[in-house]
Design a protein around this ligand. Structure first.
Ligand code: HMG
Ligand code: MG
Length: 286
């Protein structure tokens, strides 16, 4: 039997948070309902951040209320603070994700605080999630490059992963936020990070600005990673990373993994339909 690799669909969150057009609730729900039929185990569908910072995610509670939840799929929500956690619990998210940065410049731009302050905020969020039996995933942004501070050293990333893992997140997702990483630099970063957390607690979250995300996934597979975040149709970018393109496209990851002989459990026809739907949602005039 071929080895299983999980694709964690993040398009409805990481993708749609960055679209210029205000996407109607019904379109978001239709996309998520189609993705729910594709075989994903986890789909990030919501973000309970400040609506002043990211207006595109303002209706996340309604999204979670209106989707048709499929048994066996975990519907995840991003939370920046205790207020976000309360909203995620009220909306019945199945799991939450917290996020920190390996670079000070991006931490300031994205969370309006230093890396140390962001960890101070996380303690109560993680404790509150545990009290509600909600699994917590942790993202690290800027694992090779920061749009404000430039290249990020692998040992800086490893130090942030160590702190996140110590707080009890079940998996750390390593973000190439800018999408400019090379396989060599991803490999060097992973060599440092693997000293702090085993491969089965790590995921790759690669944006595809420079077109190297699939190569970065391959080098991560060689290091033992078996979870990769992707956005259907290559949706998105990051509102606080100027110039960054979307996540690597789910359909491209699926094709590459299958060509390499891995199993994903995904239905390529449904993923292709969802990719068409996602592409149709972007860039249309309001
Ligand atoms: P702040 O302005 O420093 O702090 O924001 P604040 O506490 O003064 O909050 C500002 C306003 O937002 C206040 O309202 C709060 O009540 C409200 P006002 O008093 O002005 O009327 N507020 C909230 N409202 C709803 N839900 C909340 C919430 N929190 C505060 N949870 C804050 C600090 C963290 C809130 C802000 O910086 C923020 O929301 N940042 C999130 C930015 C973001 O969403 N970025 C994109 C997601 S991360 C990402 O994409 C990277 C990733 O994909 C990995 C990768 O690729 O690298 C994960
Ligand atoms: Mg991202």
């Amino acid at each position: 039997m071929n080895a299983f690799v999980e694709v964690f669909e993040v398009g409805p969150r990481d993708g749609l948070q960055n679209e210029a057009r205000a996407i109607p609730l019904a379109e978001k729900v239709a996309l998520i309902d189609l993705l729910s039929q594709a075989g994903f185990r986890r789909i990030e569908v919501a973000s309970f951040v400040s609506p002043k910072w990211v207006p595109q995610m303002a209706g996340s509670d309604e999204v979670l209320a209106r989707i048709s939840r499929k048994a066996g799929v975990s519907y995840a929500a991003l939370v920046p603070n205790a207020r976000g956690l309360e909203r995620a619990i009220a909306a019945r998210a199945d799991e939450v994700a917290v996020f920190v940065s390996a670079s000070e410049g991006f931490s300031r731009a994205n969370l309006n605080c230093s890396i140390d302050e962001s960890f101070d905020r996380l303690g109560p969020v993680i404790a509150g999630a545990e009290a509600s039996d909600l699994p917590v995933r942790g993202y690290v942004s800027c694992v090779t490059d920061c749009p404000f501070d430039g290249p990020v050293a692998p040992d800086r990333v490893a130090a942030v992963v160590r702190r996140l893992a110590a707080l009890g997140v079940y998996e750390v997702s390593l973000g190439d936020t800018l999408g400019q990483a090379t396989p060599e630099r991803i490999g060097a970063m992973l060599d440092a990070v693997l000293g702090e957390a085993p491969a089965d607690r790590l995921a790759g979250h690669y944006h595809d600005t420079a077109g190297r995300a699939l190569a970065n996934i391959e080098v991560s597979l060689e290091r033992g990673l078996r979870v990769f975040d992707a956005s259907v149709g290559g949706l998105g970018g990051c509102p606080y990373a100027p110039g960054a393109a979307g996540n690597v496209a789910t359909e491209a990851v699926l094709a590459r993994l299958e060509a390499l002989g891995y199993r994903t459990g995904l239905d390529p026809n449904i993923v292709a339909r969802a990719a068409e739907m996602a592409k149709g949602m972007r860039g249309r005039p309001v």
